[in-house]
Structure formats: C-alpha cells, structure tokens
Design a protein around this ligand. Structure first.
Ligand SMILES: [Zn+2]
Length: 79
C-alpha cells in the first residue's frame, strides 16, 4: 500500500536557505525540526489542517487507483 504520509517535502530554511527534507506526516504532527546546516529550529505548522486535509484527499485517490491497478493484475509503485 502506498502511504502518502511518508512522502517527503523540501522545506527551505529561513536562515541559510538550505532545503531540509521532511515527511508530510511530520508537518501534520506540527513537529519542530532543526536545519541540518545551521541548526535553526523550524516549526512545521499545518495551518487550518490544510496539509492533513490534502493528504487525506490524495490518499483516497491513490487508494482507488491502487484498486484499479490491482484489477488488471498490477501493483502501483510511486517513487
Ligand atoms: Zn539553515
């Protein structure tokens, strides 16, 4: 099963501009991460739960696509 929570996002550090990799699930949880270069703390905010909502929608679509692909004997691979 494809789990969209484990998809990654690149978030630019406000201080040094480096792109830090975070999981969408970490944004959903509002985790605080630390920039791997300058150690600036970045709080991941899911304003109005928009990320959670978007993820749910994408998960539903992916789930239904997986079912369709399964019907023709295939397996969905998203990379
Ligand atoms: Zn940084």
């Amino acid at each position: 099963m494809v789990d969209v929570d484990s998809w990654k996002v690149f978030l630019r550090c406000p201080k040094c501009g480096l792109e830090n990799e975070v999981y969408l699930s970490e944004i959903k949880k509002g985790k605080t991460i630390q920039c791997i270069v300058c150690a600036t703390k970045i709080t991941l905010k899911d304003k109005n739960g928009d990320v959670a909502k978007g993820l749910k929608q994408v998960q539903d679509v992916v789930d239904s696509l997986e079912k369709t692909v399964k019907k023709i004997g295939g397996r969905l691979k998203i990379k």
